[in-house]
Ligand binder design. Structure first.
Ligand SMILES: *[C@@H]1O[C@H](CO)[C@@H](O)[C@H](O)[C@H]1NC(C)=O
Length: 457
């Protein structure tokens, strides 16, 4: 009994320490209800949604809008499959998301943006917020209205204070990074001219490369996305006047014309692009790429050679960004995808660096024009600071199965733990949530969770 008490109190002390150290915090959801009347909706017709942490002090008039990712749906079948998921309906979204990295509210973890108004927009249209089809087929009830949703979300934020913005960043990761590129100048035009606006695309520089079988897999896929969602009229006309609209979904074909300052964060061996552009399942019938795609350390010399060629092709496509000082780039040689929204890759003592600079510092220097930053890392495996992704056989990422993950994501459990502990009448429970979730943001705490204290028992 005395032993149990001691254990409990040790655990309470530990919990308090972890609470103080916590890198993430939870932010509730806001639905853009008035968007429904404008038909500016998610795939299922529900209102778009975002999570909003209000700016404070010197950041009160600064706005960072980060668009969530989640690939795309390219036809009625695949859009129907996502319609009733969190990627197609705000009815299916969790009510709280954890903010960290570029969304952190702590100066130490996010020195340039911690006190800004920080918004994470949930992805729910399936086409990086570019679609607009008036007709809704009653048989499927699919709404292809991403472009309208984008405007409705920006309008809503304007009414919440963004109309007074001094500084603003349109950002996003993955399909959300592409949202930031494709809608960059549109966003610039929607906010007041006096606002200093820049765009930041993390892991959104998807390139038009052939797959390992020689097929134009991603090119065909994007042209189906654009056709299904009626995106052509919302893509930059400087591109659509020159080539097929499906090609204007590729950053390399639109960035030369973008007027607004733009920063590209991307891994040269972007894990999503390796898995879905270079070696998609359809191009790898015998599964020879399977283990390599899960863990770059398992790639054969021949596969590594193909990946080095992919990097060179990526760099050729990236040359479209140009070298204007308004443009920034951080291209590390990691096997990664989305590095700004998690603390471990954004800014920590062991986070990735290129030219001795963290992503947080490179982006902050560029935004505030302290320094330009246009750096491309030497080829894999030259960078020991990478946090290379390792996926399990279901394709889910295991890289959060670390003590740091616990510190980052279990802290709200720990406050409950303190409460539970003080009640004394407690029994350790098993840790229910799977450690291999693709997105730690969706971990929800359980009551009286003792996973953190396992080593004391
Ligand atoms: C829809 O797209 C998926 C993925 O590319 C493909 O497998 C499927 O055959 C397509 N379905 C139709 C009806 O075109």
């Amino acid at each position: 009994m005395a032993d149990a008490r001691l254990r409990t109190w040790l655990c309470v002390i530990l919990s308090i320490q972890i609470l103080i150290k916590s890198e993430a915090f939870n932010v509730g959801i806001t639905y853009v209800q008035n968007a429904v009347a404008k038909g500016a909706v998610c795939l299922d017709g529900s209102p778009p949604a975002y999570h909003f942490d209000k700016g404070v002090g010197a950041g009160a008039n600064n706005w960072l809008i980060l668009f969530e990712g989640g690939a795309w749906c390219n036809n009625v079948t695949t859009c129907l499959a996502r319609r009733d998921t969190r990627l197609g309906s705000s009815k299916q979204m969790v009510k709280e998301l954890s903010f960290s990295g570029i969304l952190s509210n702590k100066q130490k973890f996010n020195p340039d943006f911690y006190n800004w108004n920080k918004i994470k927009v949930r992805y729910c249209d399936g086409a990086s917020f570019t679609g607009d089809v008036e007709a809704v087929n009653p048989a499927t009830n699919l709404h292809f209205r991403g472009a309208r949703a984008f405007v409705a979300i920006v309008d809503d934020l304007m009414s919440k204070g963004m109309s007074n913005a001094q500084n603003a960043i349109l950002a996003g990761c993955s399909a959300g990074g592409l949202t930031a590129i494709l809608n960059c100048d549109r966003f610039r035009a929607l906010v007041p001219a006096r606002t200093k606006v820049k765009c930041l695309a993390d892991a959104g520089y998807f390139i038009n490369a052939k797959d390992v079988s020689g097929a134009s897999h991603i090119e065909n896929f994007y042209s189906e996305v654009v056709a299904t969602h009626g995106s052509a009229k919302n893509l930059p006309t400087s591109c659509t006047s020159k080539m097929k609209p499906g090609l204007c979904f590729f950053p390399q074909n639109v960035v030369p014309q973008i007027q607004t300052p733009l920063f590209i964060i991307n891994a040269a061996y972007d894990s999503w692009q390796i898995k879905n552009i270079l070696a998609p399942g359809v191009a790898d019938r015998h599964g020879t790429w399977r283990s390599c795609k899960l863990d770059i350390k398992k790639c054969s010399p021949n596969q590594l050679k193909i990946m080095q060629d992919f990097r060179l092709e990526f760099l050729r496509a990236l040359s479209a960004v140009g070298t204007s000082p308004s443009r920034g780039m951080f291209i590390d040689s990691c096997y990664a995808h989305c590095q700004s929204g998690t603390q471990e890759t954004w800014l920590r003592n062991d986070s990735p660096v290129v030219a001795k600079t963290s992503i947080a510092k490179a982006v902050g220097d560029w935004y505030y024009e302290r320094l330009t930053f246009q750096k491309i890392d030497c080829p894999y495996p030259c960078n020991p600071t990478c946090h290379n992704r390792i996926f399990d056989a279901n394709g889910k990422s295991e890289d959060y199965l670390t003590w740091d993950w616990v510190i980052q994501n279990e802290f709200s459990v720990l406050s409950q733990l303190i409460l539970c502990s003080s009640l004394q009448n407690i029994a350790p429970q098993s840790h229910e949530s799977s450690p291999s979730s693709p997105d730690p943001a969706y971990k929800r705490p359980k009551k009286c969770d003792f996973s953190v204290c396992w080593f004391l028992s």
